[in-house]
Design a protein around this ligand. Sequence first.
Ligand code: SAM
Ligand code: FES
Length: 350
Amino acid sequence: MKQSGQLIDKLEAESHLTKEEWIWLISDRSPETAEYLFEKSRYWQQKYYGNKVYTRGLIEFTNYCRNDCYYCGIRRSNRAARRYRLTKDQILECCHQGYELGFRTFVLQGGEDSRFSQEMLEDIVSTMKQNWPDCAVTLSLGERTYESYLGLYQAGADRYLLRHETAQEAHYKKLHPPELSLEHRKKCLFQLKEIGYQTGTGFMVGSPGQTPEQLAEDMLFIRELEPHMVGIGPFVPHHDTPFAREQGGTVELTLFLTGLLRVMMPKLLLPATTSLGTIDPRGREKGIQAGANVVMPNLSPVSVRKKYDLYDNKICTGEEAAECRGCLERRMKSIGYELVTDRGDFPGDL
Ligand code: SAM
Ligand code: FES
């Protein structure tokens, strides 16, 4: 078996490793390997994005969900969750504020809430595009039918985020109730790409039962799908879920995987996630320094922020949008990066 450094060189040259090589590289990592990796990941980040960090305004518009994912604080069975839905006007007000603050991408994210009909969602998307034609609209609404994805795309949505969560069947079953399947999740992702969305997938790092073998499967699946974006963040336990007493994911492994993703697919849009910022006060800065190039501050009204409670101690639940933007701007500046006012599309071809 090749040494870790050689495997990183191979990944850089060929954008591909075998499953065994992935397992070796992930299991055998050391601080020295990570330093070597981050030099390369920063090289590719600089080549395509310079010191620019793209920003997306996240609007968490409903925490009602018909699903019951074992890790998630807003799962259907959590009776303690305080539920809310934003109205169309409230969503548009978030966009208005966001636009003034320099956001040119809005991400509408929520649980799978059937109270928002297809018609309502298409109306919200098309109004957003009419009001702010220079902005991109990203959706993160979970699993839907091909027709629904197509209708939303035709209404003007540009991008869609749907993490595959884990690419190994048995592990998927450990994290989800029987009515959800990896096969369907993957099918949705391929459909989104086929329709023409800039498509994002991703997974939680350190979710219960995760091993290097499963992470190897995640990397192989991402290579196969060829998404435009990949969101990874540590699993953080939520006290009212079946995984309340499980260990959370680590900063160190999240950063290492971020670096590997940048080297494997150098143009990827890679967020430094809120969950990374939750387990380490400088997590998002470290994410950028490992090769990420996107941050997603919250634009939801402060009155509902605490209720979109996916995991414990989630950060940025008390600040107004302007404060979040200012805070991130300062954080990025402190490490030599600049938050930019830009749609931040995927550059060129895949
Ligand atoms: N319902 C949509 C979906 O399924 O894609 C979007 C909302 S879902 C809450 C967004 C993401 O939150 C999930 O893809 C999952 O990876 C992440 N998430 C949920 N619970 C989490 C936890 N306990 N720790 C870290 N991330 C979590
Ligand atoms: Fe639906 Fe988490 S279970 S958003």
